[in-house]
Ligand binder design. Structure first.
Ligand code: CTP
Ligand code: MG
Length: 244
């Protein structure tokens, strides 16, 4: 774990003020469990507790805010829900709307320059990956995101699910989180797009549409997003054996 004095600095040499935002207002419909996937248990703690814990314990992260579904009645029952240092704000109908609400809250409540947005459903993040992201992202107002080079051969399908073409994967990456951006720039970009009826699927896309070219930073194969039931099997094996 990097000591605070080893944390990377802003391009002008000042210490960055970094806040983390964890959108957790989703329903987990693809997973299909009775509870939203961020509340499933992994080794005695909920998925979201793992995700928030990695951020909150990083020396460069000053605070964490989570966005919850307006009718969420589970977060308050977690140990995390009793932690007064974690900010809580209502999310929206889409991930973009949830992140926008969280950013507006952070802008009001905290003196943060940078925001690390991280899915509640990614419990296997580690500090080394955050360090890589900060190292690359703090150097540029365009920000950065964790991502992995695509490993499989990619096929483009026609309307009949027949292969139309094999897509060159050499320049393709799969986006992960966290994603690091200046708070105000991301807030401006997301607000304009949400008000225009657009729904960027991640923060990088919102920034791209605003003209930025975020830096892709090597993530980790284990930083997977719990999406389908089999993902939980992998995540439990990884975290239970103490690798995370
Ligand atoms: N999220 C959110 N607000 C929404 C939708 C999603 O805060 N309206 C959050 C989820 O809780 C999750 C992250 O965004 O932490 C990534 O979204 P995803 O994996 O798609 O989660 P869900 O939307 O819950 O899952 P699904 O798409 O299968 O319903
Ligand atoms: Mg979703």
């Amino acid at each position: 774990m990097a000591a605070p004095e080893e944390s990377p600095l802003n391009a002008d040499g000042t210490t960055p003020r970094i806040h983390a935002l964890v959108p957790a207002a989703g329903a987990g419909s693809r997973f299909g469990a009775e509870v939203p996937k961020q509340y499933l248990d992994v080794g005695g703690r909920a998925v979201i507790e793992h995700a928030v814990g990695v951020l909150a314990s990083h020396p460069a992260v000053a605070g964490v805010t989570v966005t919850l579904a307006p009718d969420d009645d589970r977060f308050g029952e977690l140990a995390l829900g009793a932690d007064p240092t974690i900010g809580v704000v209502a999310g929206g109908d889409t991930r973009a709307a949830s992140v926008l609400n969280g950013l507006a809250y952070i802008r009001e409540q905290h003196d943060a320059e940078w925001v690390l947005v991280h899915d509640a459903a990614r419990p296997c993040l580690d500090h080394a990956a955050i360090d890589r992201l900060l190292e690359a992202g703090l150097a540029s107002p365009d920000g950065a995101l964790l991502a992995m080079p695509v490993r499989d051969t990619l096929k483009r399908a026609d309307a009949d699910d027949r292969v139309e073409a094999t897509v060159d994967r050499d320049t393709l990456w799969a986006a992960q989180t966290p994603q690091l951006f200046p708070v105000q720039a991301l807030l401006d970009a997301l607000r304009a797009q949400v008000e225009a009826g657009e729904t960027p699927t991640d923060e990088a896309q919102a920034m791209e549409r605003a003209g930025a070219r975020p830096k892709l930073v090597m993530g980790s194969g284990m930083n997977l997003k719990v999406t389908w039931p089999e993902d939980l099997v992998v995540v439990r094996a990884w975290l239970d054996e103490g690798s995370g």
